[in-house]
Design a protein around this ligand. Structure first.
Ligand SMILES: *Cc1c(COP(=O)(O)O)cnc(C)c1O
Length: 451
């Protein structure tokens, strides 16, 4: 029988993360201060984030950064994750392509986000922090942070977008089970929240309001640091554990990917899988293609502009160099909540600008069609986010069917969809629709990006 799953033993886990910044032909532009336009250094960022994360954020020198033993020990709770050959999906598609996926859904929280949550909480603990805060939309990041904070004995306060808290109540149950204090945002517990509620008592909340509240709590509470689940360089760095494992596992399978695909919110699961393989394009003359799959309702890679823009709706963060739709862009309320972000991370934005990867945009219905086929063939119900990667994979596999090429395609299954079943219900009832955004809407929010 042909081998289906490839698994590393605990003693075979990678012991360093890969920092692609060291190998990039063009380094990412620095984040800058909105008023002075001066580049920000470690000290500017370190009163909000754990200092070691800020060092990693701006490190363009070291290609490999050792994973602390304490983090590796926690990784062993659930890593390695399996690399799986999707024979059943291949058969259903009648494609000559070899399709593999890296299954990041097999951990206590069900998505890749835990890989960085553990690292960020470890560094926070190391520097004497007692409390961590964050914001969360659908709740994947908040749940990962709540778990990681528990594991490193930190108090976690999570601001969850109020409307998402009502739509996905089980995610706040998970956060609270691990001991986090969960507050719907906007709330009366911060000045920012009070201001918003005073202006609009029925504000449903957004990532913008929740970021403002979490950052305010971090800066006004002693020994408290703020953490972020995507977009930033150090988050992508921590996620490279995915691709470094996959590299070894593909070797076990005796193959090397021609195409690497992941869904795209801020870029952490894409970068996590792609960067270690991209290293071989940059250094060893490999020609792997890298495809980031975004929703057509939030298409910053395929239809955004490369500019300096704020990371949040309210404009509290530094200005970041990114492919953006404008920080005031309000994506449609699609079920892939983790992909509803207006900008791409700084590293990814530079790689895209330099033509080292490309984006594809996927309509919501196509993503669910793909997720259904995957569930019915491979037996795993994917997160609506991950289904975008599956849809992009199917497009590539169908091209192979046309051309007869036996391409090796590797995609990231960033999470499972077991807490998203109301979305599947809607799909099955025929109530889901597409939300492709118009050029006019994009232009309107791009016009509001600061010069
Ligand atoms: C958050 C999330 C994403 C998107 O975030 P990235 O930083 O782009 O990876 C994708 N899939 C799942 C399951 C998520 O929870």
């Amino acid at each position: 029988m042909k081998q289906k799953r490839f698994i590393l033993q605990e003693n075979e886990l990678p012991t360093a993360w890969y920092n692609i910044q060291a190998d990039m032909p063009t380094k990412p532009l620095p984040p800058i201060h909105p008023a002075t336009k001066q580049p920000l250094g470690v000290d500017d960022l370190a009163h909000i984030f754990p200092r070691e994360c800020c060092v990693q954020e701006l490190d363009t020198e070291h290609d490999f950064i050792p994973i602390p033993d304490e983090v590796l020990e926690k990784y062993r709770f659930y890593r390695s994750t399996p690399l799986v050959r999707a024979y059943a999906l291949e058969k259903a598609l009648q494609t000559p392509a070899h399709i593999y996926f890296k299954n990041e859904s097999v951990n206590p929280l069900g998505s890749h986000k835990i890989n960085s949550a553990l690292a960020q909480c470890y560094y926070a603990k190391q520097e004497g922090t007692t409390n961590v805060t964050t914001e969360t939309g659908a709740g994947q990041w908040g749940a990962a942070l709540a778990y990681a904070a528990r594991v490193f004995d930190l108090e976690a306060a999570v601001y969850q977008v109020k409307i998402s808290m009502q739509q996905k109540p089980y995610r706040s149950s998970i956060m609270r089970t691990f001991g986090a204090a969960v507050t719907g945002s906007p709330s009366m517990s911060t000045r920012a929240g009070k201001d918003i509620i005073t202006r609009d008592p029925h504000h449903p909340g957004s990532l913008g309001t929740a970021i403002s509240e979490a950052v305010e709590l971090a800066t006004t509470t002693p020994n408290c640091k703020y953490t972020l689940g995507s977009v930033l360089n150090h988050v992508g760095l921590h996620q490279t554990i995915i691709g470094l494992e996959a590299e070894k596992q593909m070797a076990m399978a005796g193959e090397y990917p021609d195409v690497v695909i992941a869904c795209f919110g801020g870029g952490s699961n894409f970068g996590g899988l792609a960067f270690p393989f991209m290293r071989h394009n940059l250094k060893d003359g490999k020609h792997t293609e890298f495809i980031a799959a975004e929703p057509d309702s939030c298409p910053k890679l395929t239809r955004g502009q490369f500019r300096y823009d704020f990371g949040d709706e309210a404009g509290y963060t530094p200005l970041l160099p990114m492919f953006t739709l404008g920080h005031t862009f309000k994506p449609a309320n699609i079920h892939a909540g983790g992909l509803r972000y207006h900008g791409a991370g700084m590293i990814i934005s530079q790689l895209l600008k330099d033509g080292l990867m490309r984006g594809v945009d996927i309509p919501q219905l196509e993503s669910f069609d793909a997720g259904m086929l995957f569930a019915r063939t491979e037996g795993i119900i994917p997160a609506p986010e991950s289904s975008h990667a599956i849809a992009a994979t199917i497009r590539e596999a169908e091209k192979c069917k046309q051309t007869g090429e036996e391409k090796v395609i590797l995609f990231n299954l960033s999470g499972h969809g077991l807490i998203d079943m109301s979305a599947y219900d809607q799909y099955l009832n025929g109530d889901l629709v597409n939300h492709r955004v118009s050029d006019e809407d994009i232009q309107q929010t791009l016009n509001r990006v600061p010069e």
